[in-house]
Design a protein around this ligand. Structure first.
Ligand code: F6R
Length: 611
């Protein structure tokens, strides 16, 4: 949440920062702002999107080789020009950008008010920069030291960058709980919340760790921890193509990412599944695989769409590897003193690898002695670094706020994990194992085929775009898919939607059904098919409108449902990888037809780094 970009070097800073902010806009888009040093320290900020900021500075002198920029997802204070970042210190000599929440800001603010400080915004961030300056003045110390002393007093999460009129070649950055990456170019440095604003200029990066402070000046980059212990920067080379973070001819990132799924699922399996050699290997699990083998129970922690992937994993691990699984919302798990036993294993699932609640759940489980496996997309993010072992999904950057290709990537990796465990434990026969591997290799082509339904789904979307509510129903492996379909629709089209296990309909939701209610059934040919057909009959008997996702060649449901979408057949346990595709497309088209901004839905941010 909130995007941070900063630059210092030989180029003009403003265009680099502006482009970087556009790349980070998925992290928040309530307001945007830039501070530039060019003799003076000038701040430009505007409520709204980065494009609004760009328009508002037309014709201004934006020269300068050093600057900081921010795109905001509001926490303290409503989204307006005053609350936008950067924020000045009391004297106007310092400016700051911040991602995170300073929890004890109110007491610091009171202290500063007593000392005569005046604030122009309602933000915790402005309090922090005043606090830093106040410490610097009172202790007559360097800015770096004042930042360090201030951060020692701060409770909460932060990624910050500070610039100062007095040190026109210096950037100071620090993090705790919110990500920061430093890009190292030729006599130039970039700082950002993730690598997307940086890859165009350099692929040499340093990921700042929690409680570290980086100083960039004429002497280059130096890093110390908050206790002043110097650290040697660990420079990594990242592998990210520029085209992966551009729309590539699609109208929206979300649509591009939906259509990328044949490729991204293949990437999740690359080098890991080799069906003709009867081989499945996830190298990142090996060191701790014995702990997975001996696990009495697996606990899965995640949020949102990743939690839905976790529910699919529950079915997979229990069916294939015969190990009990509990799936928990990370936000609940972390606050309820969970029982974690010696032989429990935790799997944390996260696209961004930065979700604050998931990270906190991991820390809690670790403190109780659990071994943690991560299933993440963003390489080098906080969650994969906090886990003992894991597997990246390798789906490539997901920029649309609504998660799509990460969901199928997560399920692919979790399927491979469950299969690898089942195979080693001997809870699956050789022939079944082989059948799964062959079918996994077929999935990208089947997803490709499902994507060809786009026009039909667009047609159906047009019919239902004005509905006020939707119900999504499925059973077994398709129950989490129903939840995911409902989440996709509500988050980008703002239509109220609920997902339920189809059999639960009779225990309440059936009361909602009338001729106005579209009900999406995921009714593929699987072990609960007949039961789902009965549920469809029950909805039709109450004149609900049924849109059914069925297996190709289905004749029975065709005669009952109002609209039928036929998807390729697969093994029951792999169905979610295909059945979710029409639901992603349905939500996309409905949202576009309603004029919603699908890549930047209101109130949402891609990376939820606050609890
Ligand atoms: C929904 C969506 C969110 C995320 C959730 C967890 O489309 O994107 O529900 O799934 O915020 O995020 P990660 O997976 O980054 O931990």
């Amino acid at each position: 949440m909130c995007g941070i970009v900063a630059y210092t070097g030989h180029r003009e800073a403003f265009p680099i920062i502006l482009k970087g902010l556009k790349r980070l806009e998925y992290r928040g888009y309530d307001s945007a702002g830039v501070a530039l040093l060019n003799g003076d320290l000038s701040v430009y900020k505007k409520q709204g999107k980065v494009a609004d900021l760009e328009k508002s500075v037309e014709g201004k002198n934006l020269n300068g080789n050093i600057g900081i920029g921010h795109t905001r997802w509001a926490t303290h204070g409503e989204p307006n020009d005053l609350n936008a970042h950067p924020h000045y210190s009391q004297s106007g000599d310092l400016a700051i950008i911040h991602n995170g929440i300073i929890e004890n800001y109110d007491s610091i603010r009171q202290e500063l008010l007593n000392r005569g400080h005046q604030f122009t915004s309602e933000t915790d961030t402005e309090v922090l920069i005043h606090f830093i300056e106040n410490i610097q003045e009172r202790s007559n110390t360097s800015l770096e030291e004042a930042v360090r002393l201030a951060l020692q007093k701060v409770v909460g999460a932060y990624a910050i960058v500070v610039i100062s009129r007095q040190n026109p070649k210096q950037l100071i950055a620090a993090r705790k709980g919110s990500p920061l990456v430093i890009g190292i170019g030729k006599e130039e440095y970039f700082i950002a919340s993730d690598a997307t604003p940086i890859v165009e200029y350099t692929n040499e990066v340093v990921y700042l760790d929690d409680r570290e402070i980086a100083v960039i000046n004429n002497d280059g980059l130096s890093i110390k921890n908050i206790d002043s212990v110097p650290k040697t920067p660990y420079v990594q080379t990242i592998d990210m193509e520029l085209e992966a973070i551009e729309k590539g001819g699609y109208e929206h990132f979300m649509l591009k990412e939906i259509f990328e799924q044949p490729k991204s699922i293949m990437a999740s399996m690359l080098g890991r599944v080799v069906a003709d050699k009867h081989r499945l290997h996830l190298g990142g699990l090996i060191e701790y695989f014995n702990r997975l083998m001996s696990a009495d129970r697996i606990m899965i922690v995640a949020c949102g769409t990743s939690w839905h992937a976790g529910l699919v994993a529950e079915y997979l691990f229990e069916e294939l590897a015969r190990v009990p699984v509990e799936v928990e919302y990370a936000s609940e798990f972390r606050y309820r003193n969970p029982i974690i036993r010696e032989n429990d294993v935790v799997i944390a699932i996260s696209q961004s690898g930065e979700t604050a609640d998931t990270l906190a759940a991991i820390e809690l489980a670790k403190s109780k002695g659990a071994i943690i496996f991560g299933v993440c997309n963003v390489v080098g993010a906080s969650i994969p670094r906090a886990t003992h072992a894991g597997a990246y999904i390798h789906a490539g950057p997901e920029i649309g706020v609504a998660s799509t290709k990460a969901f199928t990537g997560q399920i692919t990796v979790l399927t491979m994990m469950a299969l690898m465990l089942a195979h080693r434990k001997g809870t699956i026969s050789e022939s079944k194992f082989r059948e799964f591997l062959i079918e996994l290799e077929n999935i990208p082509a089947k997803v490709e085929k499902a994507l060809k339904l786009n026009d039909q789904i667009k047609y159906i979307s047009d019919i239902f775009k004005d509905a006020r509510n939707f119900l999504y129903l499925g059973r077994g492996y398709n129950f989490p898919v129903a939840l995911e379909g409902a989440l996709k629709l509500k988050e980008i089209s703002y239509i109220h939607a609920e997902g339920y296990p189809a059999a639960e309909m009779k225990h309440g939701p059936i009361a909602l059904i009338d001729e106005e209610m579209p009900v999406v059934f995921i009714a593929t040919a699987d072990s609960s098919y007949e039961k789902v057909v009965s549920n469809i009959q029950e909805v039709k008997a109450r004149r609900g409108q049924v849109i059914a996702i069925v297996t190709e060649g289905d004749e029975q449901i065709k005669n009952i449902a109002d609209y039928v979408i036929e998807i390729p057949e697969t093994i029951e346990a792999l169905t979610p990888l295909i059945s979710v595709i029409p639901l992603q497309l349905l939500s996309y088209h409905v949202a576009v037809m309603r004029g919603a901004n699908v890549d930047q839905p209101r109130n949402l941010a891609k990376s939820v780094t606050v609890e």
